[in-house]
Each structure stands twice: as C-alpha cells, then as structure tokens.
Design a protein around this ligand. Sequence first.
Ligand code: NAI
Length: 305
Amino acid sequence: MGDLLKGKVAIVTGSGRGVGRGEALALAAEGAKVVVNDLGGETEGGGASKRPADEVVAEIKKKGGQAVANYDSVADFKAAGRIIQTALDSFGRLDILVNNAGILRDNPIWDMTEEDFDIVVAVHLKGTFNTCHHAVKVMKAQGRGRIINTASNQWRNPEGHVNYSGAKGGIVSLTWGLAWELQNTPITCNAIAPFADTRMHESSAPRREELVKAGLMRGERFDQVQDRPAPEFVAPMVVYLASDNAAKITGQIFRCGAGKVAVYSHPSEIKGIYKNFKRDGAWTQDELKDLVPGSLMAGVRPWWG
Ligand code: NAI
C-alpha cells in the first residue's frame, strides 16, 4: 500500500461496481479511508442491493485498507446528507468526494418518457448537487477538500440519449460553477470524462447498434467505442486529483481511461458579427439573412462533421 492519501477520508458514490469500484480501491491503496456508497441498483435505475458495496468494502479490508459501506441514493437530497455523515461518523472527517454514481435510460427523444428524463437527471446532475452541497459545508469548515465529478465525453459529442448528455453537460457546468465559487478556498473541484468497459458501457451496445443501422454512427466509431479497457485505468488520475499534488488544479475537465489523460478546453465564442445597436437598433432579418451564412457561419459545422 502507498501513503499518498494517508489520513484522508474519501467518499466514492456508486463504487460497488465499474469505474467507481476501481476508484475506491485505488484511493484505499494509497491510504485513504473510504466510504463505499452504492444503492446496488440496475443500470436503468430500478432495484437495490447491499451486495455491491459490501463486496468492495470486503475487498478493501482484505488488502489491509479501511472502508465502510453506505447504501443511500445520491438522487435523494436528505439521503445524500447521510452519505456525507457516514464519513464523519465512521472516520471523523471528509477530504475527498468522488461523484460517480450513474444510470442510463437510453431512448431517442420521441420514445423517451418524462420518467426516463427525470430519473437520469436526478441521479447524475441532482445527485452531484446533493452530495456537493452537503460535502462543501464540511470541507469549508475543515479548510481542505477535493471534489471530482464524473462527466462523459457525451457532454460535448452527444450521440443521442439527450437525458444523459444533458445531465453530463449540467455536471460540467456545475463543476465550473462550483470551482469558481471555491476559487479562494483550499477546496478544488474538477471532473473526469472516463471511458471503461463496465456494466453500463455494455448495456448501451444495442443502442449503438441501432445508431449504426439508422446511419447516425459510423462502423469505425462503433468499433472504437465498443473496445474499452478495464475501469482501473481511470483511477490513477482520480487519485492524483485527490492528492496534495493537485492542490492548484481546479475547474478542469479531464478525459481519462486506458493510457490517456487529456484536458478539455473551455468553450468560447469563436467569432461574431456586431452592429451599433444603440444607434441603429436591433438586427433586421435582411441583415441576418446576408451576414449569418456569409460571415458568422462561414466554415462553422455541426460537431459530427
Ligand atoms: P456501472 O453501472 O458499472 O456502475 C454505476 C454504479 O452506480 C452502480 O454500481 C450503481 O448501483 C450505482 N448507482 C446507480 N444509481 C445510484 C444512486 N442513485 N445512488 C448510489 N449509487 C447508484 O457504471 P460505470 O460505467 O462504472 O459508470 C460510472 C460513472 O462513469 C457514471 O457516472 C457514468 O455515467 C460515467 N461514465 C462511464 C463511462 C464508461 O465508459 N463506462 C463513459 C462515460 C461516463
């Protein structure tokens, strides 16, 4: 075992399986005491089981680490408070919060129910707000904190499932907003967009097959997305961001998995058209009809091509 995170206490939500499990094990391997939170539900959000969290706790303990299970849902504001309280009751402090829990309800928007939308946003975006809200109060009082949220590359290259990509885009904006609010504190807030072979990833293969059939995804892209490495390749960057080595890194979104760690740029306006609105008033439709295609949108394409 390493000691990079010795004395630190971490929570990893949804860490009974997949990416979160890899993160919990890696944090514990560097000496952190870990709250393994997992509702133990299905990929689509139904059901509950204590087994996934219990198994990861047992695995950490077997390797000589310290861990405790929590089975609350991040989507419930009060329950999220209990997740944070579990860290305080079990280990006396909270240094690291990794928001990782997630589900999928993949459908094109015309077949997506209101429930499909609400539950995905509730677990990903609202769940991230819930735990951050409770955790930041503790971290501010302690004078230290690391928050690592989980976005997805689907935030900027969304291939359908607007509930998921919308929620992940919300997590990116929440991460930027929270980092900005915390800029004068010793608390950092970043996000990762992981890629790994997990239950969730495998469950979305039929959706990708449908996209290929519908001509919305190229065969090479399908093959590229299908072939993902194990989740433990995501964890090293999360451990780094949780450590004192990353004290000055905040408000950033990282892509990580396999042998890759990349940082995304912050989107900005790329060009504009301007008029003296105080003197000449608002744009007219005749002006826009000429200037939008001829100037503003010249060379600008949708992200897929
Ligand atoms: P997974 O399905 O293997 O694990 C997710 C875990 O979250 C499950 O153990 C589940 O029980 C738990 N969970 C679900 N709802 C919960 C709730 N309300 N409260 C507490 N726990 C809950 O999925 P995977 O692939 O490990 O995903 C982890 C995160 O990484 C998710 O946020 C996902 O969106 C994100 N991600 C994964 C990618 C991949 O390639 N696997 C790609 C991009 C993002």
